[in-house]
Design a protein around this ligand. Structure first.
Ligand code: AMP
Ligand code: MG
Length: 323
């Protein structure tokens, strides 16, 4: 299908139009606090097929299902005490919980043939408004073409998916700017499958994570070593820029630097860095430089998720392999 894509402001009338389109099975670009999502009813096989098609996303990469409230989300999974505690503390918010699926209404196509599901309650007011009016949970991966930089504004979604969807609802810039943290509770050992908007330290205050039992060594369906990629090649963990490189600084930009440069956060704030990361990568990508060099970012707190995205963004496609 070919659409004349509209970016709509958040108004009562527009929300009702979006809800009606979602209800009838359409796929819509919606704001969330993490990144913009490509949302569709989770119980409609054709809708789910469309989400994969629009993104060119491989079918082995399951979708996160978004709910208007924790009770509905927990009712659709086999929720143990960890799930209940985490939900109480972090929902609504940037945490996706993977557990055995109980619901029979989620389309199998959204689950990559697994008997587990990732569920989340987002905190974005507009997304919640839509969910509350719709009364059906929404599958919503990021609203970008597969492997590309995630969108953090309605304009980014337009650049990514123009003509492939009818409506993008504008909710302003995403306040977190990184995807959700994905935590796997299907077994006794709790695993982090993907670092994101919620820190490990925060999670550790609620349930203790065994340090050796978290992170990338765990196989998370669909996760690939190359992702979030600009067209320009990248050099990460850089100390200073080289000739012809665009400089993505963490901290101040050197006073006499003559090249293209922008700072993720002049005061080295990781929260600000997360919020700016995708936006600034998109900006520099458009400048068509030989290379983007990114200043080293500390591997702590949100820095772990930021470095994970940078590593994938800079991964050479010729070496790209699934793990
Ligand atoms: P995205 O929709 O791009 O933010 O990515 C969703 C990610 O969540 C997937 O790539 C998986 O890594 C993870 N995920 C979703 N559902 C499951 C599941 N049932 N089991 C394990 N991981 C999942
Ligand atoms: Mg994504």
């Amino acid at each position: 299908m070919h659409f004349k894509t509209k970016i709509l402001k958040n108004s009562k009338k527009n929300i009702l139009e979006v809800v009606s389109k979602l209800d009838s099975g359409e796929v819509i670009g919606l704001p969330t606090e993490t990144v913009y999502g490509l949302a569709g009813r989770c119980d409609n096989k054709n809708t789910i097929d469309n989400i994969y098609k629009i993104k060119s996303r491989p079918k082995n990469n399951p979708l996160i299902i978004h709910y208007s409230n924790p009770n509905d989300a927990l009712r659709d999974i086999y929720a143990d005490s960890r799930a209940i505690e985490l939900a109480k503390k972090f929902w609504p918010g940037p945490l996706s919980i993977v557990a055995k699926i109980k619901s029979r209404s989620i389309a199998r196509e959204a689950l990559a043939d697994l008997n587990t599901v990732a569920v989340r309650v987002p905190s974005n007011k507009i997304f919640l408004d839509v969910l509350n009016k719709l009364k059906t949970p929404l599958a919503a991966p990021s609203a970008n073409r597969y492997g590309k930089i995630s969108p953090t504004s309605a304009k980014d979604v337009y650049e990514e998916l123009n003509s492939k969807i009818s409506i993008i609802l504008d909710g302003g810039p995403s306040i977190i700017g990184l995807e959700s943290t994905v935590i796997d509770l299907t077994e006794k050992d709790t695993k982090i499958l993907r670092y994101g908007g919620l820190n490990k330290q925060e999670i550790n205050k609620i349930i203790s994570l065994d340090n050796n039992k978290t992170i990338k060594i765990f196989i998370s369906p669909g996760l690939s070593s190359s992702h979030y990629q600009p067209d320009t090649s990248m050099r990460i963990n850089a100390i200073r820029p080289r000739k012809n490189e665009a400089w993505l600084a963490f901290g101040a930009i050197p006073k006499h630097y003559k090249g293209i440069a922008i700072s993720l956060s002049k005061k080295k704030c990781l929260k600000e860095t997360a919020k700016n990361l995708y936006k600034m990568l998109r900006y520099l990508d458009k400048r068509k430089c030989a290379k983007i060099a990114v200043q080293k970012i500390p591997e702590l707190g949100l820095g772990i998720a930021i470095n994970d995205r940078l590593q994938k963004a800079s991964f050479k496609k010729t070496n790209a392999k699934k793990y």
